[in-house]
Design a binder for this molecule. Sequence first.
Ligand SMILES: N[C@@H](CCC(=O)N[C@@H](CS)C(=O)NCC(=O)O)C(=O)O
Length: 210
Amino acid sequence: MSLTLYFAPNSTASITAAVLAELAVPHAVVRLDIDAGDTRRPEFLALNPNGRVPVLVDAGVPIWESAAITLYLAELYGSVAGLYPAPGPRRGEAMTWIAWASTKLSPAGGLLAAALPTGTDGAVQAGSADWLPPDQRPDEARARAALARCLGVLEQGLAGKDYLLGAYSLADTHLFGFVGWIAGMAVPLPPGVAAWLERCAQRPALAAME
Ligand SMILES: N[C@@H](CCC(=O)N[C@@H](CS)C(=O)NCC(=O)O)C(=O)O
């Protein structure tokens, strides 16, 4: 098995980098520069026609969408590492959070990122397909309100627990990067989410991330 991660700094690819770091799975990294147009080059579009990172290539097969990659790696390596439940309802719970982060939390963060002035922490990079000129940007207040609702769901999910499933798991790893990015856009975190983020940041693998 030979794994290659197609990565860009300050992007969703950091989620996959975090999962690989937690699992200590050997892999090669190809660094792309979104502003330089690397995600729109034919050789990259041949791997992911959406022109997005992360892409994980395993034995020549490209796997894209961060949630799919996390679930793929979790299935292969997560249970052995004690970071992913065995098949059953607890695994379903982990999958729920991973899917939710990518279908609800990340798009809400993306709306705010698109609303913010270019160059602001967390804002869409100028070379990204998601970049919009100032007069076409979404309303920042609406984006912040949508995010607050999402963070309320996460706060509820963490109530009475240190981590999403009780013990730390790859569901936390997957959400960590998204919530860190959102916090970086000056979004106030509910207290339980803020404490959880701090706990996750103490994980050696996550603390060592770029
Ligand atoms: N739903 C995708 C989103 C990936 C995504 O939007 N990646 C952005 C960086 S955060 C990207 O590659 N953008 C390249 C571009 O805009 O050209 C996932 O979770 O993997």
